[in-house]
Design a protein around this ligand. Structure first.
Ligand code: IYR
Length: 225
């Protein structure tokens, strides 16, 4: 028995587990479901039903984080004028990136994805989720650092993408670079830095995606028995 003394109140964890056959089935089904997720670059303009995004964000915010600081803020932009301003600012940066800032190797790696500096989805998608990482918190006028901020916010974004897919919507993890324009356009406080820009919406029925293959288990997994 550990001698660790927990000052923090502890509650009983309601654990869930399954017999092996059911566990196998659940693991397989979850993989099969997650494998149907694709990044999309086209969206229908139809609004997302009330309450859906809220639950998607609550799901994202269940991600583990350093010292449970939950160092993330999610800004949901549906205002057409603000979406247009974000598109204009992103395209300005992306134009520079695609025309000189990105090395040829990078452009070659992106060629199969068919991306370029034009970002119409920033206006067509009914909602843009702009994720900010919170480097520190201001507590009683004192700066208190958060921990493992990139790891924590990355995990929350993973949960977010899974929740979006689970709800039957599509998303794109967009990384305009640099993206400080998001801090000023959204008037974010000094402790927050933009992390990812995620357009969300219904996916058109005839949406095309690149014919990508995912790595096999042998490519990604190394077993030490
Ligand atoms: N930020 C650019 C370029 C880009 C970079 C990577 I790595 C991608 O996987 C896709 C795009 C853009 O969003 O177009």
């Amino acid at each position: 028995m550990s001698e660790t003394k927990y000052e923090y109140p502890q509650v009983k964890y309601t654990r869930l587990t399954f017999p092996p056959a059911q566990m196998q089935q659940r693991a397989q089904e979850f993989y099969a479901w997650m494998d149907t997720r694709r990044t999309v670059r086209e969206f229908l303009p139809d609004p997302i039903p009330e309450g859906v995004l809220e639950h998607i964000l609550l799901a994202a915010s269940t991600a583990p984080s350093g010292a449970h600081k939950q160092p993330w803020s999610f800004c949901v932009v549906t205002n057409p004028d603000l979406k247009r301003q974000i598109r204009e600012a992103a395209e300005k940066e992306e134009y520079e990136s695609y025309n000189g800032r990105m090395p040829q190797d990078w452009l070659d790696d992106l060629a199969p994805l068919g991306t370029d500096w034009r970002k119409p989805f920033l206006e067509t998608a009914p909602a843009l989720i702009v994720v900010f990482r919170r480097a520190y918190e201001e507590v009683n006028g004192r700066k208190k650092n958060n921990y493992y901020v990139n790891e924590s916010v990355g995990l929350a974004c993973g949960f977010l993408l899974a929740a979006i897919h689970h709800a039957g919507l599509g998303a794109l993890t967009h990384t305009p670079s640099p993206m400080n324009f998001l801090s000023s356009l959204l008037n974010r406080p000094e402790n927050e830095r933009p992390f990812l820009l995620i357009p969300v919406g219904y996916v058109p029925e005839n949406c095309l995606v690149p014919d990508l293959k995912r790595k096999t288990l042998d490519d990604i997994c190394f077993i030490y028995k």
